[in-house]
Design a protein around this ligand. Structure first.
Ligand code: GDP
Ligand code: MN
Length: 391
């Protein structure tokens, strides 16, 4: 889960890494008030879950509170790197004397955290790595001992810092490792770490990514997680308790196992079709989850005219016929939509017959095999009309 810059900075602040004075705003007048409070030139930074905002026009400066208001109004609602700008950070403009890069990530190959620093700050580290690999110094951190201060000092020394700056930067690096470990991050990055004209070191940007596998240890993030999902359908998926990935095709796909769902994606693609999404309900279905999954696809189909057909695969080995059929029927009742639903079910003949019987008045088409189901779904999707399908 990637955090917004303002959330990352709040963590930095709590852990002793200096950040600029700033206020999160959602309206022009809030920005004006923030600029009055800060009482000097401000930087206005769009809060999106992507980097490269500087280049993309997502960061502007304002000399007066009136300018701050105007710029904020212009930037709100803007589409940036595929994200909509809903909030902005208004911060004191730093008087930059130098910028460096400092980051810690997981080195999967070595199974350990790795700290990376560069004197070339403000530039994407991937670019520095390509253009000037010698410009990055790195150090593997022992997950057992953590980042010890002498290790931080030795690393920072490699990019030529000395004296007080060397000590300040090393202190920030050990604190950054503390953030990395305490918050179960996969990435923590300060780019740029600014040295001001008075010699202070301040984190001008913050990128933090929390390892999703650790979310159970951070109940405070559980609720926030949904807000960090940008795609509204994927957000619905989390609420419905299913794994949902939004795609841009016309066949809405659901299966009760991720492996089957992925295989179906491949088969649809191989046959020349275009999946509209990937939805995995997970095995051992409950009627509730079955209903939630189908209802989500029905809502998606209603709002997205590209979606022409819903294709569902369920295994009747672990799920009972009335769970599968009952869930579908409840979903259709809850979200009536004019879209064909096709069901491929695998398992004992007897259970398949029961499903067919339970669904006989529902309008759901039962497919005799995966191959036929996929081909028929593609045929329907290619048609202009949603009517006249056979299976
Ligand atoms: P990113 O482009 O999404 O990584 O956003 P950053 O927060 O890193 O900002 C991009 C660039 O804007 C930085 O590298 C700085 O050069 C500049 N910038 C950001 N904040 C300030 C500031 O307070 N003062 C000045 N002078 N420049 C800033
Ligand atoms: Mn940055």
């Amino acid at each position: 889960m990637r955090l917004y810059e303002y959330e990352g900075k709040a963590i930095f602040n709590k852990c002793g890494i200096a950040i600029p004075r700033g206020v999160l705003v959602r309206t022009g007048s809030e920005a004006q008030r923030a600029a009055i409070e800060i009482d000097k030139e401000v930087v206005i930074k769009s809060q999106i879950l992507a980097g490269g905002r500087g280049k993309a026009g997502g960061i502007k400066t304002a000399e007066t509170p009136e300018d701050a208001e105007k710029i904020t109004q212009e930037m709100l609602g803007m589409e940036l790197e595929g994200y909509k700008v809903n909030s902005l950070l208004v911060e004191e403009k730093l008087d930059i004397a130098g910028e460096m890069y400092m980051g810690i990530t997981v080195d999967d190959e070595n199974g350990a955290p790795i700290a990376m620093i560069s004197a070339e700050g403000g530039v994407e580290i991937e670019e520095v790595a390509k253009r000037n690999p010698g410009g990055i110094a790195s150090h593997r951190i022992s997950p057992l001992y953590g980042m010890r201060s002498y290790e931080a000092i030795n690393l920072i020394r490699q990019i030529g810092l000395t004296g007080e700056t060397l000590l300040s930067a090393s202190r920030i690096l050990t604190r950054l490792y503390h953030v990395f470990a305490a918050y179960d991050a996969r990435i923590v990055e300060i780019n740029p770490l600014v040295t001001t004209s008075t010699g202070a070191m301040i984190a001008a940007d913050a990128r933090c990514e929390i390892d999703d596998n650790s979310l159970f240890r951070h109940p405070e993030w559980q609720d926030l997680r949904i807000q960090h999902i940008d795609n509204p359908w994927e957000r619905e998926g989390v609420k419905a308790g299913v794994n949902y990935v939004d795609l841009d095709g016309d066949i809405a796909l659901m299966a009760n196992s991720a492996g089957v769902a992925m295989s179906l994606l491949d088969i649809i693609k191989d046959e020349g079709g275009h999946p509209a999404c990937f939805l995995d309900t997970g095995g051992a279905l409950s009627k509730e989850r079955m209903k939630n999954g189908i209802a989500l696809l029905l809502r998606k189909a209603k709002s997205d005219p590209h979606v022409k057909v819903i294709l569902v695969y369920t295994s009747l080995v672990f799920s009972l016929p009335d769970t599968v059929a009952g869930g579908i029927i409840e979903a259709i009742r809850e979200v009536p939509a004019d879209i064909p639903i096709m069901l491929i079910s695998a398992g004992e003949e007897e259970r398949r017959k029961q499903v067919q019987e339970l669904l006989k008045d529902s309008g759901v088409k039962i497919c005799p095999s995966v191959e036929k189901g996929v081909r028929e779904a593609i045929r329907i999707a290619r048609q202009e009309s949603r009517n006249g399908y056979i299976c």
